[in-house]
Design a protein around this ligand. Sequence first.
Ligand code: ATP
Ligand code: MG
Length: 378
Amino acid sequence: MGQLLLNKVQKFYGDFEVLKGVQLEVKNGEFVVFVGPSGCGKSTLLRMIAGLDATSAGDIVIDGLRVNDLPPVKRGIAMVFQSYALYPHMSVFENIAFPLRVEKMEEEKLKAKVEHAARILHLDQRLQQKPGMLSGGQRQRVAIGRAIVREPKIFLFDEPLSNLDAALRADMRIELAKLHRQLKATMIYVTHDQVEAMTMADRIVVLNAGEIAQTGAPLELYHKPANIFVAGFIGNPKMNFLSVKCVGVTSDGVTVDYKGQQVTIPVTPRETAVGKTLTLGVRPEHIQLGSGDISFTVVPTVIERLGAQTVAYAALDGEGENFCAMLPGSIGIRPEQPLAAGINRVDCHLFDENGIAFERHVELTDIDVSLLNATPAA
Ligand SMILES: Nc1ncnc2c1ncn2[C@@H]1O[C@H](COP(=O)(O)OP(=O)(O)OP(=O)(O)O)[C@@H](O)[C@H]1O
Ligand SMILES: [Mg+2]
């Protein structure tokens, strides 16, 4: 088992409240990814779960047992860091075996466990080498091997792949997903990488300034962000935001005015919105050429050709320069050449004056929200 409950977990450094009462339940076998801006408290939260940092208030409960006062080795947790933290003078075998040596495990059993972990991680041919002879990806696998032999209930990963190049990161991402399926262990993973978060997570936890901004399946956060922060954070390039005026509500949604164009956005209406300035959100991948329910002119300032797509950073209707449109790869556009473009109402997101989303009328399929990789709790 490896079930984790964080109950109103707080952390202060002096007067600075780094974590503001985090409430979260992680199921046995779940792969949960923490994302959030630099300094929002991801590493601190992981270190508190591991027992490396003390908790200022609240409870950390693992499999029903409050572990706040237990030392790290008694928590049944293994943590893998961005810096691999290997011992350079020891062989790969001894690096992986290290926690078992500390436990004074009998030699034969120790050897079997190290070899088993090495096989899973394709390190069986490297056991006698020193870390200095390995590539970054191989070193990271040694660090993961050291976590595997402890057979922890919960694995904690703090940006384990961020020192690797893009190709190796993609390979390791697949290896970690396989490892999760094979070990059926609970994994909590911190990353800055959108692709890692979207592809590996059963559930993503978005943290903002020490608080959970939203928790949900990756596509749930993409299609139904609860607030402007999550809307802007999940998705790459980032969602565009336009200021609109609410001119009415109907049973179909909220009618807004953008520079004289009125359109009803299919969201759950709130009477109180009428007359207010709201924020319309539209993702770059939903901008189409020509016209839409709302039409406008974009003047590209910078054009990035990625092959499959062309990303245009543009001024919208002559204002600002940070409007972003994701267009077809083969499109013939040039900087400073105005383009007619538009968006459809079904693709729009709408946020109130406090940045809270109106609920969108989009059906999420079972696939969008199911815990694809998770093992059901025993
Ligand atoms: N030992 C410490 N003493 C004082 N403040 C600290 C300490 N450790 C972290 N902090 C502060 O706590 C906040 C959260 O830090 P943390 O390392 O958890 O952020 P993070 O979300 O992991 O960021 P990053 O994405 O950059 O790794 C930061 O403002 C940081 O300066
Ligand atoms: Mg960190």
